[in-house]
Design a protein around this ligand. Structure first.
Ligand SMILES: CC(C)(COP(=O)(O)OP(=O)(O)OC[C@H]1O[C@@H](n2cnc3c(N)ncnc32)[C@H](O)[C@@H]1OP(=O)(O)O)[C@@H](O)C(=O)NCCC(=O)NCCS
Ligand SMILES: [Zn+2]
Length: 230
C-alpha cells in the first residue's frame, strides 16, 4: 500500500493492489455496511466485487489515518448525486463525518481512496488497460489527443479528467472539452490542483481545491495609489 500526501499535505491518498488491500484490511474494517454488501453482491465478476470491496475498505483506512481513531460502525457510506440528487449513487461521504470529504476509485487490479477537508476526487487505472486515441475522441481536447505520451499518457490524462469530475469541478459531459494538461485548472468558479502519480501497475490522479480565487482586480481606482510605506 502506498500513501501519497497530496496537494501540499491538504489531502491523503492511499493506493493499493486489490488483493493486498482485501487481505490486509478486511479484519479491521469488514464487513461493509448492508447497502455496500448488497451492491458488492450485484457484481457479476468476482474480480470486480473484490475491487469494489477493497476500495470501500481502503477509504475507511484513509479516514482513520487522516482523522485518527474512528469507530467502525459510524462509517456508514451515503451518496449525494450532483446530477439528480439521488442518495443511491454519486458523490460518496460518511454520514457521521460531515466535515470530511472522501473519494474512491476501483480498477480491476488497484484501488485508491482519498480524504481531505476540501472537495477531492481520485481516479486510478491499471496500466495494462490500453486506451487508443479513437477510444477517446470526444473525451479529450485536440491538444491532449496530439500529445506524444503514448497509451500511458492518454491513460493519465483520463484519470486527471475523472478526478476533476469526482471532485465536482465539472460534469462528465463538460470535461471532454477541458484541457487538463496544466496542474492548475480554473473550473466551476474555483481553482483546482490536479496531480498525477505512477508506479508499477497503476496510474492515479487526484484533484483538490475548489476555492474561489481573489475577486477580479477593479479597473476603477478609488483614489491615488497608496505608498507601500504607509
Ligand atoms: C465518477 C465517474 C467518472 C467514475 O467512474 P469510474 O472511473 O468508472 O469508476 P471508479 O471506480 O474510478 O469510481 C467509482 C466511484 O466514484 C464515486 N462517484 C461516482 N459518481 C460520482 C460523482 N458524481 N462525484 C463524485 N464521486 C462519484 C463513487 O464512490 C464510485 O464508487 P462506488 O459506487 O463504489 O462508491 C463515473 O461514475 C461517472 O461519470 N459518473 C457520473 C455519471 C453521471 O453523471 N451520471 C448521472 C447519474 S443521474
Ligand atoms: Zn444521479
Amino acid at each position: 500500500m502506498r500513501e501519497i500526501a497530496a496537494a501540499d499535505g491538504q489531502a491523503l491518498v492511499l493506493v493499493a493492489r486489490v488483493q493486498l488491500a482485501h487481505q490486509g484490511l478486511h479484519d479491521t474494517w469488514g464487513p461493509l455496511s448492508g447497502a455496500e454488501r448488497e451492491r458488492a453482491d450485484r457484481y457479476v465478476h468476482e474480480a470486480d466485487r473484490r475491487s469494489y470491496e477493497s476500495a470501500h475498505l481502503l477509504v475507511r483506512e484513509a479516514v482513520r489515518r487522516w482523522c485518527g481513531a474512528v469507530a467502525q460502525p459510524s462509517l456508514v457510506l451515503t451518496y449525494d448525486c450532483p446530477t439528480c440528487g439521488s442518495a443511491e449513487h454519486g458523490r460518496p461521504r460518511f454520514r457521521s463525518l460531515d466535515e470530511v470529504q472522501i473519494s474512491l476509485s476501483h480498477a480491476r487490479g488497484h484501488v485508491a481512496a482519498a480524504v481531505s477537508a476540501r472537495p477531492i476526487g481520485v481516479d486510478v487505472e491499471d496500466t495494462d488497460r490500453s486506451l487508443s486515441r479513437a477510444d477517446l475522441t470526444g473525451f479529450m481536447t485536440p491538444r491532449e489527443l496530439a500529445a506524444d505520451g503514448g497509451s500511458m499518457g492518454l491513460l493519465e490524462t483520463w484519470t486527471r479528467k475523472e478526478a476533476l469530475v469526482k471532485a465536482g469541478a465539472a460534469t462528465l459531459d463538460e470535461i471532454g472539452g477541458v484541457d487538463v494538461t496544466a496542474d492548475l485548472c480554473a473550473l466551476a468558479g474555483g481553482s483546482w490542483l490536479v496531480r498525477s502519480h505512477r508506479d508499477e501497475g497503476w496510474v492515479l490522479s487526484v484533484a483538490t481545491g475548489g476555492e474561489r480565487g481573489p475577486e477580479p482586480h477593479s479597473e476603477v481606482a478609488d483614489g491615488p495609489p497608496r505608498d507601500a510605506s504607509e
